[in-house]
Design a protein around this ligand. Sequence first.
Ligand code: GLA
Length: 726
Amino acid sequence: MAIGYQQENRIFSLDTAHTSYQMKVDDFGFLLHLYYGGRVYGNMDYLLTCYDRGFSGNPSDVGNDRTYSMDVLPQEYPVMGIGDFRNSALVIRNADGSDCCDLRYVGHETKKEKYRLPGLPAVYADSGEAETLEIYLEDKTGGVRVTLLYGVLEEADIITRSAVIENRGGKGVTVEKAASACLDFLTGRYDLLSFYGRHTMERNLQREEIRHGTYAIGSRRGASSHQYNPAVILADRNTTEEAGSCYGLVFVYSGNFLCEAERDQFDQTRVLMGLQSDLFHYPLEPGEKLVVPETILCYSDRGLGTLSARFHHCIGAHLCRGKYRDASRPVLLNSWEAAYFSFDGSTILKLAESAADLGIDMIVMDDGWFGKREDDNSGLGDWHVNENKLGCSLKELTEKVNKAGVKFGIWIEPEMVSEDSELYRKHPDWVLRIPGREPVRCRNQLVLDFSRTDVRDYIFGQICSILNQGNIAYVKWDMNRSIVDVYSMENCQGKVTYDYMLGVYDFLEKLLAGYPDVLIEGCSGGGGRFDAGMLYYTPQIWCSDNTDALDRLRIQYGTSFFYPASTVGSHVSAVPNHQTGRSVSLHTRGVVAMAGAFGYELDPAKLTEDEKEAVREQIRQYKSWEALIRKGRYYRLTDPFAEPCAAWMFVSEEKDRALVSVVMLEMHGNMTVSYVRMRGLDPQAVYRDSKSGRCYYGADLMEAGLPMPVELKEYPAYQIGLVRQA
Ligand code: GLA
């Protein structure tokens, strides 16, 4: 049984295959956190200590005992206003203007399946794979009830947390801040690994010691953002890829978030993950509820690699859904870097014909096919096909593309509107905009108020009418600006950022229900909304608008800490690269793009015959490894920020096949040799390098590694396919 409760000392334990999590209801009804880490067997309440700590308040329940303070004790869901001066998981503003919520245990329930969250993405599991614990806490004075939700996926070593805030009192309250997970550590010194970036340079790893004070990352941009990914790792200071303790927190949400890490006065550490408190004042009238998006927790005592593998499994098998969760993904050719806005129907058809010639499965018609959209200053919101530009109807175009032997996909950006559009001229009140102020523009577009059902319904109807026009197998869902003017003409203001996100999810859910066979790829200027929330709806996301192979190595490295390769949209583009001006060989570009859902982003007509043949071979190679890349265990073999080469590998579950990829990042005179040590192979087994035919023991490749050739070229790449010998 994954969830246990001892009535006599009111201790809850959540056990997975390799981890344990414990908490306790104390004599006063406070829910204290006891332990999270490697598997333990006893009651961990002996870890709690109480001393008289000056200036740390004591609840009135304890009488004259000055040793009991919420400012020092580890808690499951710390609240503002009861004497804990550290960061709070929950801040409630009561009707009288006070910020206080004294939560005490009132009951609990366990269930044999994983909870679901209404309107929000969440980890799911088949019956028998997961259990749920619900703990009810209440503030008697104010009437707020909090239900803490714990999902335990025993075999997967995953614990999920969420919270439902409910106003059971007689007066309105406002939720000013709400997290779904808090981890309190009594002892230990930790690094926080977070993933910062910018447009076209997402998810760079930053590793910093958590010191006294608060270190916070988050987003106020309306989307999870290019700038900080909503996922962090807390690691022992000496934890590496292969050894040491670490904890991961992944927020299953695509909007504004806040993650705070704090070392307190007694060197205890607290980490919180939840909704961003800025631009958020969520009113709850009596009887109303707020559901806080889920955080996925995972612990590994075997380093960062194992932590990532557990997240990859959880996200790939328990969060991504639909037909494409387990199906091989089409190799696609996207028109964006091939033609930008300058195309017509015959351009698309030519791309489709050359795609067919090269062995590509699908052509995607990117931005520019609708309304008045000759550039990115107009047309968004007018979701009707520009037949003048295409020279034919969408139906005709898709038929021709299909006839050429490839599938057809299309780009949309449903959340946006251009001021220069029919839609905006007709419904200027449909955008997020503060009355009496000029809106802030970004890519010359405004954001539709997706917190409103009427606005969503209208756009949904438009998008469906497009999808109904032809045989459309794929949709790229883009979102190309941050939200600034957080004001709705219809909705209550403090709710807008949250309700907007729920509106997007609602739209996506309906789209999936209506078009279950369509593959939807997420995108927000590349990886500006690359998060676990979106992956519930879109099993792959365009990883970055930066297609430069060398930059991509680093972007994909950062992405790999949480998200499996199957979710990473990754394409070969033309050189010189459009984002960096750098030229890298076609082979190297192919090797880098094969670390994800593979495709092309170039005009094949500009390739030489030799290059075309090389592309055909690349696709054959990719297809032969596709299942391994999508389902195999992924290992980071080097750190491309610190080492002279980037190396990673995929190993099949049975350990009978492996694909090792290496890209040399540095070139110097009289070069030293790089040895790449492999991981995850069967040490006793003999593996054959499918290209050279040479055989090696797994142990030899893992212990001593393989020397990479020294070649007089820039950024050479090597792909080593290993097949276990009988
Ligand atoms: C975003 C996407 C690109 C492309 C353009 C089209 O930047 O990330 O891939 O679709 O929009 O405008």
